[in-house]
Ligand binder design. Structure first.
Ligand code: HEM
Length: 512
């Protein structure tokens, strides 16, 4: 029976109710439609493609386009990639309201589509899992089993290995190249060794490290270009060849990681003496989906997330620190004095880690200033809300991508005096909490429930490596050249002209 039939068949009270319903229904629909349109404002968009054309035609890149839109529309605005709304938040207060005060609402991730689904084992990793029990258990496992203070202490051998690889690599290149080194490649390789050790507890042969590193990096750099296909699945037809190539890369990466996973599993099964509890050890006993163990592919996905999450971000940060130390020699010599004052000049093999945290305030200030000026991630990973809600007077619907302008916050003149200057002194004696719990001043690691779980270990690695580099070598510009701090976008925001510097060994220390 249709609604109209029901209306005519009904009588008395019933017919009155149906009549009211018939009148109210269009009204309710109208109210809902009107409500839906209260998204934050944004630039006019083209049919089908949304603002994608403007983004792609912008000479200033995605970041530059966003800055332009922000100047016009203020601290919260919407752009559209195809039909997909992306709400961008550029104000520290609104970011605090969303990520801290309304933390659980803004803590989810958008659904993965296309190849991303394959690469994340259907969102079975920490960074892409929606907010919920799976995410909680994966994240808790990483934090308590691998990133806690006692666990970090057990990775000392891995840190020694990474530093050794770094210093040897620099010395070899300097010897062959009149003292000139291209730092970032050495940093990336050393960070990779370190993360590989934390992940598998193995010191892998140099050749094999290079092989795994090559495969993972190749895939990482192409994944960034998936955005277009995610937005327009129809383009799959045109990208078939490229998709097949990426699937091949992904297969090769999985094979390499699974072989390391099995090597570690055998080592443990044979009862070999091991120096640490590696990340993968915790995955062997982790259960998901109400009690099942992880498959090899899922473990490989989690290991890949661990290694890639910590390699480029760390090496990029260190490169920015060192570039500023070369550009500003007075900052470098002040830092050198602090380090030598704490650990001494002679015979120091390693900078002692406890002293990094407790006694080197200027080092911490230098690193924070580099993270403020040059955050490796200009935006966080896209967030999604768990239910329709509001922010700054606008609607934030389920299904919208939500993101935050990390670099705008760290360069906001309302908070930072002369924000373009590199001046670590602003952090000395001034408490700046990177977790942003009481208010956000900068957020290079994100803030709230999705804050980077690697914050502490990243700070430890960056400080340890910078202190060692400054203690071991004096860093200078190449004759006749200056340091150019222009940026470009890879997986992270890197130096457009990678730092090349002349190094002079200060002290010949045993061990390296
Ligand atoms: C300087 C180094 C690093 C920087 C600047 C950095 C930055 C970030 C940022 C901005 C996010 C996204 C936060 C959000 O979506 O709101 C993130 C997430 C994440 N990072 Fe890092 N990160 C660094 C190092 C590391 C390291 C060393 C690891 C692992 C050992 C790691 C593992 C992760 C993971 C697993 C997530 C996803 C968290 C989640 O979705 O719950 N990161 N990081």
């Amino acid at each position: 029976m249709s609604l109209m039939d029901k209306f005519t068949a009904a009588s008395g009270m019933d017919s009155f109710v149906y009549f009211v319903l018939l009148l109210a229904l269009p009204l309710l629909l109208l109210i809902k439609l009107k409500k839906k349109s209260n998204l934050p404002p944004g630039p006019r968009r083209w049919p089908i493609v949304g603002n994608l054309v403007q983004v792609m035609l912008s000479k200033l890149g995605f970041q530059g386009y966003i800055q332009k839109v922000q100047r016009k529309y203020g601290p919260i605005f919407t752009i559209r990639l195809g039909s997909q709304p992306m709400i961008i938040i550029a104000s520290r207060d609104l970011a605090h309201e969303a990520l801290v005060q309304k933390g659980s609402l803004f803590a989810s991730r958008p659904p993965a589509k296309g190849l991303r689904k394959l690469f994340t084992s259907n969102q079975m990793n920490i960074s892409s899992a929606p907010y919920g029990p799976l995410w909680r258990s994966l994240r808790r496992n990483l934090v308590s089993e691998t990133l806690s203070s006692p666990a970090l202490k057990s990775f000392q051998e891995g840190r020694d290995w990474g530093l050794q690889v770094l210093i040897q690599g620099l010395k070899t290149e300097a010897a062959q190249n009149e003292g000139v080194v291209k730092l970032v490649e050495h940093l990336r390789h050393a960070s990779f060794c370190l993360l590989l050790y934390m992940c598998f507890g193995l010191q892998v042969e140099e050749n094999e490290v290079r092989e795994v590193e090559g495969v993972m990096r190749e895939l990482l750099l192409t994944v960034a270009s998936l955005a277009l296909e995610d937005t327009f699945p129809i383009l799959k037809v045109f990208y078939r060849k490229r998709r097949e190539r990426m699937q091949g890369m992904h297969r090769r990466q999985e094979e390499k990681l699974v072989s390391l996973i099995n090597r570690r599993r055998e080592e443990l099964a044979e009862g070999a003496a091991v120096n640490c509890r590696a990340y993968v050890d915790s995955l062997f006993s982790l259960t998901v989906d109400g009690g099942r163990c992880l498959t090899e592919q899922e473990m490989a996905t989690l290991c890949s997330e661990f290694i890639t999450g910590g390699t480029d971000t760390t090496s990029t940060t260190i490169q920015w620190v060192m570039a500023n130390l070369v550009k500003y020699p007075d900052v470098q010599s002040k830092l050198y004095k602090e380090i030598v004052g704490v650990v001494g000049k002679e015979g120091v093999k390693l900078v002692e880690e406890e002293k990094l945290v407790s006694e080197m305030q200027y080092l911490e200030a230098v690193v924070k200033e580099a993270l403020r000026r040059h955050p490796p991630a200009k935006f966080v990973l896209s967030h999604a809300v768990t239910e329709d809600c509001s922010l700054g007077g606008y609607d934030i619907p389920v299904g919208a991508f939500v993101n935050f302008c990390v670099s705008e916050m760290g360069n906001d003149p309302a908070e930072w005096e002369n924000p373009a200057d590199f001046r670590p002194e602003r952090f000395v004696n001034g408490e700046v909490d990177l977790t942003g719990g009481k208010g956000i001043k900068m957020m290079p690691f994100g803030v709230g429930r999705r804050i980077c779980p690697g914050l502490a270990v990243a700070m430890l690695h960056v400080e340890l490596i910078v202190a060692t580099l400054v203690l071991k070598f004096e860093w200078q510009t190449k004759p006749g050249e200056t340091v150019d701090l222009a940026e470009t976008q890879e997986f992270t925001t890197v130096m457009k002209y990678p730092l090349q510097a002349v190094i002079k060994e200060r002290v010949a220390t045993p061990g390296y």
